[in-house]
Design a protein around this ligand. Structure first.
Ligand code: HXC
Length: 273
């Protein structure tokens, strides 16, 4: 699949801002994380993306590599973020084959729509394990490599549900609150060693798996929902990719330990829907 550059990157960025850098991305074959990675690769980085599905992850890696001639993109499938060993092996392979790890996106997530009493204890635990333990494992496995980088950056992908609470998303809201908290502690603990750690919190982004799982299938309800978004539109993967480029660039090096919603001010109206 060839993706026109205007779909995932504003034309304001300089070509080589990430030249010589390496980015490691969990959930890297997903709609949002693959576009975040594609933008970084287009602007000079090489990348290692991880996923549970081997063929999907390898195909995504090949596709992302087309963003820049000469780009190296490794796809590592059968990597479950709930298992620290598989992340440690992937991080070691990334460092060996690409020369290190400068940036990490912890993007792997699990989600389904279900009421609090409609899910099993194990279902709740599954989402907590993928989102929270998975983010912790990603940090733990990559920190030894990040600490060797001159510009170590961590970016977790969260959500905005937990600011207000969200019906049928209690499991996800609880998990994302923990992700935000984890990243704040990383900034405090490792900021003195040069690590910059932030969270990007996408709002309603069109065309994503999250939206497909969460949104109504009725066009009139979708249109009503879109009209209520203060910025007047659903977000795009380009909105997230552009914000990612900024948050991983030197232009944002004093933004540390923060959660940045990229949501057209949606969460401020969350309770009003
Ligand atoms: C209720 C469910 C369920 C559902 C699974 N379970 N799906 N319960 N409703 N729809 C229960 C199962 O019955 C089981 O509990 C437990 O969850 C574990 O299920 P498994 O299928 O064994 O788990 P696993 O194979 O690890 O799959 C994890 C998953 C799956 C989360 C259930 O959907 C997945 O792999 N998702 C990854 C991709 C994904 O979700 N992407 C969307 C991210 S979007 P029992 O008791 O039966 O054992 C996102 C955005 C959020 O995060 C913010 C958007 C704005």
């Amino acid at each position: 699949m060839s993706v026109p550059e205007s779909k995932y990157l504003s034309p304001i960025w300089r070509d080589d801002i990430f030249k010589g850098k390496v980015i490691f991305v969990t959930g890297g074959a997903g709609t949002i994380c693959s576009m975040q990675t594609r933008a970084m690769v287009r602007l000079g980085a090489n990348a290692c993306i991880l996923g549970r599905n081997a063929s999907k992850t390898e195909a995504a890696a090949k596709d992302i590599a087309t963003a820049r001639p000469g780009a190296k993109v490794i796809g590592i499938g059968e990597c479950d973020v709930r298992k620290i060993e598989s992340l440690e092996a992937a991080a070691a392979r990334c460092a060996k084959e690409l020369g290190g790890i400068d940036y990490v996106i912890a993007g792997a997530a699990g989600n389904f729509v279900a009421s609090i009493d409609g899910i099993s204890s194990n279902a709740f635990k599954t989402v907590m394990d993928i989102d929270v333990l998975g983010t912790y494992n990603t940090i733990k496995a990559t920190l030894p490599h990040l600490l060797r980088s001159p510009s170590p950056r961590l970016l977790a992908v969260s959500a905005t549900f937990h600011y207000t609470g969200m019906p049928f998303q209690a499991h996800v809201a609880a998990a994302k609150a923990s992700v935000d908290s984890l990243i704040a502690s990383v900034a405090l603990e490792y900021g003195p060693r040069g690590v910059v750690a932030n969270v990007i919190a996408p709002g309603p982004i069109a065309g994503t798996e999250g939206m497909a799982r969460l949104a109504s299938s009725k066009p009139e309800q979708i249109a009503e929902y879109e009209r209520a978004i203060p910025s007047g539109r659903f977000g795009t993967v380009r909105d997230i990719a552009d914000a990612t480029v900024f948050l991983l660039s030197d232009a944002s090096s004093y933004i540390n330990g923060q959660v940045i919603p990229v949501d057209g001010a949606s969460w401020r109206r969350q309770g009003a829907y």
